[in-house]
Design a binder for this molecule. Structure first.
Ligand SMILES: Cc1cc2nc3c(=O)[nH]c(=O)nc-3n(C[C@H](O)[C@H](O)[C@H](O)COP(=O)(O)OP(=O)(O)OC[C@H]3O[C@@H](n4cnc5c(N)ncnc54)[C@H](O)[C@@H]3O)c2cc1C
Length: 474
């Protein structure tokens, strides 16, 4: 097996004839323009960029099929590209080859309010989808902090602030069209609310990070926009109080729609970034969905619980403008952290633990980071036991990145020891392959390799991600 550092010998650069042939397979552009290659050679992680050899813009499932069939025959690596917002080096074409951009596939094929479902092409962005759904009184719940594509979100098994109530991509993808490494087109799942037919290929491909198939169409579950939504903010003296209060709320069974924790540094950053005046102390943001009476009761019940954990200044509102502003600020927390450190980049951890371990895990991570030299802040989807530490590093000093990676590895190992996972939502990419082995064990990772070899024997699909690269035998 190869390590990432030694992959250069496998780099594939396309010949002019191969580029010309690819152009015969798609209606859109095949580009070797340097700025287009640069744009497809990086994601939102702090990993150094790697250029693909060519970028292919795909507009239909049939085009994706033709491109994969040709690349498989020619042994050209292919990395599917959505919005490029992933955080673990997922879209970096470590072996060169083709970056297959799915964003021209941006049609909302069919909205079916009676079935509470929508069919979309993989390149549709989540914000654009919700704008169209709002007209029908519907919304798609999964909301990562970036305006990602639905294909990228399915491929990373994304989740967001509403996962505690509505689930992640794993629960919300009902069916898909996917193209396998050799160009075979398959349909997985059904447009039914329940399904028990055969192996669950949908959930095998969801979260596979473009290493098993390229997703071209998705059928997604929808929800009705609630009659009333209320937002609440509550402050704590310290980190542990806030986390323990959030866990107590989850255990109480109150149907919270969102529950997010931001430490005092995050609050300072979002105040500056979004022009807010929130008190700079550890804070929980809540959201409640239901009838006017229901949300009022939920807010009052949560107030009673959090007060027992030393909460102060519990404020709640059903004002739509105030609610939107608050959640926009939460979604901007990553960018606010970067903006507070001009010229720097952020490395975001993505640890999740069983609820009973959350307070201990957050305190342990805080203690490890406090003892080091890098600025950081802590925030998270605490109701899901999932939290992020945003660590700031200087891209002009690559040695810092190495040091921060060692630090995050130490944090991750601590979390795995506590029964947690190295990634609750961002995925493995190229950054957490060893952590996956530590977490899952060699035997289970061996099964993953066997699946990869079966579905992609020439290892053309996003090689060097999720699993260490295994050079094919031919
Ligand atoms: C500010 C910020 C906040 C974020 N917050 C969250 C969060 O709350 N929750 C969360 O889960 N993530 C979060 N993320 C990470 C990121 O937004 C998600 O991982 C998202 O799902 C990636 O979607 P994308 O369209 O950008 O995919 P890309 O980055 O383009 O691709 C991601 C991976 O999916 C593969 N891929 C893309 N499209 C396809 C396809 N059609 N078929 C097969 N494989 C494909 C790629 O090859 C790659 O491996 C955040 C990122 C940022 C920058």
């Amino acid at each position: 097996m190869e390590t990432i550092a030694s992959l250069d010998k496998y780099r594939v650069d396309l010949t002019p004839a191969q580029v010309a042939h690819l152009q015969t397979l798609v209606a859109g552009q095949v580009s070797t323009n340097e700025s287009v290659l640069d744009q497809h050679g990086r994601d939102e992680s702090a990993f150094p960029p790697v250029r693909p050899s060519a970028v292919v813009m795909a507009s239909t499932t049939e085009e994706v099929s033709r491109v994969l069939n040709y690349c498989n025959e020619q042994r050209i690596p292919v990395v599917a590209f959505g919005a490029g917002s992933s955080l673990e080096g997922h879209v970096l074409p470590l072996h060169g080859g083709v970056s297959l951009d799915l964003t021209p596939m941006n049609k909302i094929i069919e909205i079916r309010p009676d079935d509470l479902l929508v069919r979309v092409e993989a390149g549709v962005h989540r914000v654009a989808l919700n704008e169209k759904l709002a007209v029908h009184g519907l919304f798609f719940s999964v909301d990562p902090g970036a305006d990602a594509t639905l294909g990228g979100m399915a491929a990373t098994g994304a989740s967001g602030t509403t996962t505690v109530r509505y689930g992640s991509m794993r629960e919300n993808v009902m069916a898909m069209t996917a193209v396998m490494a050799d160009g075979t087109i398959i349909r997985t799942g059904r447009e039914t609310r329940k399904l028990s037919a055969g192996y669950d290929l949908t959930r095998l491909i969801v979260g596979s990070e473009g290493t098993l198939a390229v997703i071209t169409e998705l059928t997604l579950k929808l929800n009705g926009i609630p009659e009333k939504m209320a937002a609440a903010v509550v402050r704590f003296k310290n980190l542990s109080q806030g986390v323990e209060a959030a866990i107590a709320v989850v255990r109480s069974g109150i149907a919270i729609a969102r529950c997010e924790f931001l430490d005092e540094k995050c609050i300072r950053n979002v105040n500056a970034h979004d022009n807010l005046t929130l008190t700079e102390t550890p804070t929980l943001f809540f959201e409640f969905h239901g009838s006017p009476q229901g949300v009022a009761e939920d807010a009052e019940s949560v107030k009673e619980i959090v007060t027992e954990f030393g909460a102060s200044e519990f404020e709640w509102t059903t004002d739509e403008g105030a609610r939107r502003k608050l959640w926009q600020a939460r979604h901007n927390a990553y960018w606010a952290g970067i903006a507070a450190n001009p010229g720097k980049r952020g490395v975001s951890t993505d640890m999740a633990v069983p609820l009973s371990k959350l307070a201990e895990a957050v305190s342990a991570a805080d203690a490890i980071l406090r003892a080091d030299r890098f600025p950081y802040s802590v925030l998270g989807h605490v109701a899901d036991g999932n939290f992020h530490c945003l660590i700031i590093t200087d891209p002009e000093k690559p040695e810092e990145l190495v040091e921060v990676r060692e630090l995050t590895h130490k944090l991750t190992m601590k979390i795995i020891e506590m029964g947690g996972t190295c990634t609750g939502e961002h995925g493995i990419g190229s950054g957490k392959i060893d952590a996956l082995i530590a977490e899952t064990g060699k035997e289970a990772v061996g099964i993953m390799h066997a699946i990869k070899r079966t579905l992609d024997p020439h290892q053309i699909l996003n090689p060097g991600k999720v699993l260490h690269y295994e050079a094919p035998l031919n």
